[in-house]
Design a binder for this molecule. Structure first.
Ligand SMILES: C[S@@+](CC[C@H](N)C(=O)[O-])C[C@H]1O[C@@H](n2cnc3c(N)ncnc32)[C@H](O)[C@@H]1O
Length: 245
């Protein structure tokens, strides 16, 4: 049954949403957590997420793109970090959650578009750079989303993906314990929405990282994908260029 006909999100089963990455359930989830999203993010990551986005924005700066699309922009932190580094560039934030975009606008992101990453309302070759932070993981079809990003990029344009990943080696079991046992409980205290953070933990486990992610990116319209692990590999930045097809 589609989430839209299931009624209130209280009936939302986390494993079911993760398996299907059901777009209406994901949008509903972000609309619900929007008012406390920033607080939860910064508290639960101990502020490290700020430095991850700064690092991403520094990489974008070196490409000097006149037009940047930040997909799944949410409350706008990456788009705003890029805009601070590239004040002359046009930085557009797109997201399918109107509640998240309202927060981004309140924080000063002037150009926002309500849009689903799988149906981007932009002409081919509209942007020199596309970024997506903590968003691709939630999309229903990762390959289709990446092909859409390639479509709106100019020839040789850059992609930057920032997302959670599972660390390698001895850190991995400890991190999994944190994700499944500690994070949902802490998040329930901060946001009152434990199910959203059960979803986060389950989605991180399913999402490809490292070589699997660079292969996915290269199979969907990009070349030269590289991975830059951050903070022991609990997050990774992937960069790639639009392939010459
Ligand atoms: C975890 S938040 C990340 C927000 C922001 N990029 C950041 O770094 O904090 C994920 C965002 O992805 C958006 N999202 C998920 N799937 C989407 C899709 N198919 N199209 C557009 N936005 C999507 C959600 O609405 C949410 O705002």
């Amino acid at each position: 049954m589609p989430a839209s006909s299931r009624g209130e999100s209280q009936s939302l089963c986390v494993e079911e949403v993760v398996a299907a990455r059901d777009p209406s359930a994901v949008r509903e989830l972000f609309d619900r957590i929007a008012p406390r999203y920033d607080l939860a993010n910064h508290l639960l990551s101990g502020g490290i997420d700020f430095w991850w986005r700064e690092r991403a924005a520094r990489l974008v700066k070196q490409w000097r793109p006149p037009r940047v699309l930040d997909l799944a922009t949410g409350s706008g932190d990456l788009a705003l970090a890029i805009k601070r580094k590239l004040p002359q560039s046009e930085v557009i934030g797109a997201d399918f959650s109107p509640e998240m975009l309202a927060i981004a606008r309140r924080k000063g992101l002037t150009q926002t578009v309500v849009a689903d990453a799988l149906w981007l309302p932009f002409a081919d070759r509209s942007f020199e750079t596309v970024t997506v932070a903590f968003g691709l993981r939630n999309m229903a079809d990762w390959g289709a989303a990446l092909r859409n990003m390639a479509r709106v990029l100019t020839a040789g344009g850059h992609l930057l993906v920032l997302d959670f990943s599972l660390p390698r080696g001895i850190l991995r079991p400890a991190y999994r314990f944190y994700l499944h046992r500690c994070l949902p409980t802490l998040a329930a205290i901060v946001t009152g929405k434990k199910d959203a953070y059960d979803y986060l933990a389950a989605s991180i486990k399913k999402f490809p990282s490292g070589g699997a992610m660079t292969a996915l990116i290269e199979a969907n319209g990009f070349s030269g994908a590289t991975a830059l692990p951050l903070t022991g590999g609990i997050a990774t930045i992937y960069v790639a260029a639009k392939a010459n097809l």
